[in-house]
Design a protein around this ligand. Structure first.
Ligand SMILES: [Zn+2]
Length: 253
């Protein structure tokens, strides 16, 4: 998979007549501009291909800066993709180094650092995307035999399991059922969640004496990183077509 087109939280195509568009925008400012300038207006930059991109303002070491705000879904996806793109090679290097002591020490770090970091970014990407699909005013009613519990969006994000969000809440909100339409791809996502949980809540084996984390490393060795990155892309684009888009700039990454 090639690198993805870089996208930003606020992005607008201005068309070819940029000057006129900006002039129109400048003349339609409401009269009370000065009072609301901070909250209501954003700084933008305009690219050579006439895209207007929003910047966030940040004070850093005594100066104010305006920085283009990346779409975190694309940012996390790209980070995960970058870390996992040569993972098969790193795995091969590890396996073939196993007869050579010094080399194998280095190769095990090379492989597992990339494998685990890419897992975390894949999951972060997916979770941020899933959360972004839930409308701000959405309420989820969980019906139980004796009572019904109602969760606000904030409570859903904090208290409802990832699986319930994916299999129950997102289908209600979007009217789409990824886990029904693409069962095998959803399996990959469940395996990703399992590996990610093992990394985030790293536990030694209760009976392990000298070797304690073999179950974690075995999972990280087996996991299908390339399939996972493809299936995450599919999940995102299934709900938001072309959110993850191959970049056509021609540059190798
Ligand atoms: Zn590019």
């Amino acid at each position: 998979m090639k690198h993805s087109k870089k996208k930003f939280t606020y992005e607008k195509s201005l068309g070819s007549n940029v000057g006129e568009t900006i002039l129109n925008a400048a003349t339609t400012l409401p009269p009370n501009t000065s009072q609301n300038l901070e909250e209501d207006y954003i700084a933008t930059v305009i690219t050579d291909d006439h895209r207007m991109i929003g910047c966030f303002k940040v004070a850093h070491e005594g100066r104010n800066y305006f920085i283009p705000e990346p779409d975190p879904i694309v940012l996390y996806f790209e980070t995960a993709r970058g870390l996992s793109k040569d993972i098969t090679q790193y795995k091969q290097n590890l396996i073939s180094s196993l007869g050579l002591v010094e080399v194998s020490l280095e190769k095990s770090y090379d492989y597992f650092s990339r494998a685990m970091a890419s897992t975390l970014f894949m999951f972060n990407c997916l979770e941020a995307f899933v959360n972004s699909l839930i409308p701000l005013d959405y309420k989820y009613s969980k019906k139980m035999p004796q009572k019904t519990e109602v969760y606000t969006r904030d409570q859903i994000l904090r208290e409802i399991s990832f699986e319930v969000k994916m299999k129950t809440i997102i289908p209600i909100v979007t009217n789409k059922n990824f886990h029904v339409d693409f069962g095998h791809k959803f399996e990959t996502i469940k395996n990703l969640k399992q590996l990610r949980d093992n990394i985030v809540h790293t536990k030694s084996h209760p009976k392990g004496k000298h070797i304690q984390y073999n179950h974690l490393y075995a999972l990280a060795l087996d996991f299908k990183y390339s399939a996972a990155i493809e299936h995450i892309k599919d999940y995102i684009n299934y709900h938001d077509p072309n959110r993850i888009e191959e970049c056509l700039c021609g540059k190798e990454d």
